[in-house]
Design a binder for this molecule. Sequence first.
Ligand SMILES: Nc1ncnc2c1ncn2[C@@H]1O[C@H](COP(=O)(O)OP(=O)(O)O)[C@@H](O)[C@H]1O
Ligand SMILES: [Mg+2]
Length: 351
Amino acid sequence: MDAATPVVELKQITKRFPGIVANDSISLKLHKGEILALLGENGAGKSTLMNIVFGLYQPEEGSIEVKGKPVVIDSPNKAIELGIGMVHQHFKLVQPFTVTENIILGMEPKKMGARIDYKTSVAKIKQLSDQYGLKVNPNAKIHDISVGMQQRVEILKTLYRGADILIFDEPTAVLTPQEIGELMVIMKRLVAEGKSIILITHKLKEIMQISDTVTIIRRGKVIDTLKTAETNPNELAEKMVGRSVTFKVDKQASVPKEIVLDVKNLVSKNKEGISVLSGLNLQVRAGEILGIAGVDGNGQSELIEAITGLRKVDSGIIEVRGKDTTNKNPRHVTESGVSHIPEDRHKHGWY
Ligand SMILES: Nc1ncnc2c1ncn2[C@@H]1O[C@H](COP(=O)(O)OP(=O)(O)O)[C@@H](O)[C@H]1O
Ligand SMILES: [Mg+2]
């Protein structure tokens, strides 16, 4: 394989679901050391296409070449064998297990009867983590680490299995701005060490910041492939949605009215007795959007849990429209008119 040969080439891939052509004759190329962004609105067909590359779906038409050779990717195991790894939108980690246990889970021992040695695995994970600047503790339990760290465990999992082609499906959706910055650095490090990346996203800023090339898909079709350095967010947005786009929000300044949520002197301690909310006060008025800024782990989740009745507070008062809802159960709080769209809908949501 010479340097010009793509590490992955998709040729006219078509995938249909009942009533919809999710991928309509899609062709694209990923080169070694490249970050290729796959841009498209919700439902454009991005995940379907990458699930085909990872062997989770079979296309009805089209072919795939990996490093210049025609291949049939009929399972994720086959994808892994070909050096393809995928960091899914929703992590597939076992919460009570350690990082190392999760990474070696499901891997076949090399020789019959040979057992995977935990200590050797820890050392290898530590080495990979250092090499790519992931800062993962191999012995930490998944339920004790942040979502950003869990994502890095997923990255390590692909590296541990020898992947040199990495697919990220909407990786920044679950991250705080700081974690997004850190992930960008990690991706740059990965390609600097010879990996190649396909990044699925609909966030234009991230594409401009990190990708080399961007392929735009709309309703299952490739609209264009552009060099990132030669395009701009406006052009990308127009190609993504198929009409001209304005980034200005036409909105009158709101006139907030009466107080609907009043949080007074809220104190809540975690199981170690450490204050996670330390005398917090805030008010929300009718017609108002209140933003809460802060890096993960500074009490935002606990505040929301307290307001929605999922967490007991040690002192302080929460009032909804003048009615005391402090330490009431979630059902009571809901009936008072508070609804909750959780941070991670798939973990805590029920719809
Ligand atoms: N397993 C499936 N069965 C039926 N339809 C599907 C399935 N997966 C995706 N689709 C449909 O295919 C289209 C593309 O979906 P998807 O690839 O998830 O888009 P994206 O990742 O760009 O948001 C959507 O209309 C979606 O509803
Ligand atoms: Mg998707």
